[in-house]
Design a protein around this ligand. Structure first.
Ligand code: ADP
Ligand code: MG
Length: 260
């Protein structure tokens, strides 16, 4: 479904401050797959996601979505950012925030309100539609951002460290929400995180990135049974084994054949 081919990004190319954030990234994501991209801070994860989302032009390389080259934000894609406090409009109610991206869809009024009601319910915010984002906790605000992305009915959902700034319990709840919603809506998910446990817990496959200039260090299959459970899954020997494996992969010096 998604194909990233030899993607490279050099910021401020041609100047003294030129910085190669992504060196050469190639991977695929299949339909309905949940893939986590994990790498240290500054590894170019956000850069990569912005290029996939058509928000940043690669220096070279191509992103294909359903065999079409991505040159701008694709219709079938939605994004959830880390910083929910800046991604929701404070002057709009929760309902209005969720409705906002639907303006370009030619939906009837009844259909729109049904969609808003359903998605708010599915993220556990059935009663919060008339509230303003600043009246909600961080975890609830991020649920609104997820509802907004889902109401848009994307085929692919990109998430950039979406739970990095909520407490541990909320984070676990939101992880399970993503798994549940993916199962319900059949959406393909590309989830960026620097948290190794989170990457293994959620994924079908984990793509491990090297530090900048970024390459794919390794792609790890995660054949843990579903549905996953915060306690039972993490208790499995296979889970510990996989998290240790990903951990070592990140720590391992880059083995790629970088020309001298
Ligand atoms: P991550 O999301 O993995 O933490 P980023 O993609 O945000 O990493 O950044 C990767 C590297 O690129 C960092 O060293 C960052 O400072 C640099 N970078 C990001 N955005 C820009 C920009 N607009 N101009 C110059 N350098 C940038
Ligand atoms: Mg980032």
């Amino acid at each position: 479904m998604l194909r990233v081919e030899n993607l490279r990004k050099v910021y401020q190319e041609g100047t003294k401050r030129a910085f190669e954030a992504c060196a050469d990234l190639t991977f695929e994501v299949k339909e309905r797959e949940l893939v986590c991209i994990v790498g240290p801070s500054g590894a170019g994860k956000t850069t990569l996601l912005k290029m996939i989302a058509g928000l940043l032009t690669p220096t070279s390389g191509v992103v294909y979505l359903d065999d079409e080259k991505v040159t701008g934000p694709p219709e079938k894609m939605a994004l959830v950012f880390q910083d929910y406090s800046r991604s929701l409009y404070p002057w709009m109610t929760v309902e209005e925030n969720v409705a906002f991206p639907l303006k370009h869809r030619k939906l009837g009024k009844a259909e729109t309100s049904e969609l808003i009601r359903d998605t708010l319910q599915s993220v556990g915010l059935a009663g919060a539609g008339k509230k303003y984002p600043w009246q909600l906790s961080g975890g609830m605000q991020q649920r609104v951002a997820i509802a907004r992305a889902l109401a848009y009915q994307p085929e692919i959902l990109l998430m950039d460290e979406p739970f990095a700034s909520v407490d541990a319990q909320t984070r676990a709840d939101l992880e399970d929400l993503v798994l549940e919603l993916r199962a319900r809506y059949g959406v393909t998910v590309v989830f960026v995180t620097h948290d190794i446990d989170e990457s293994v817990y959620l994924s079908d496959r984990v793509i491990v990135l090297t530090p900048s200039p970024t390459r794919v260090q390794e792609i790890v299959d995660v054949p843990l049974p579903r549905p996953r459970d915060q306690v039972e899954t993490k208790e499995l020997a296979e889970f510990s084994h996989l998290r240790a494996y990903v951990w070592r992969s990140i720590k391992r010096p880059e083995t790629a054949d970088v020309p001298a």
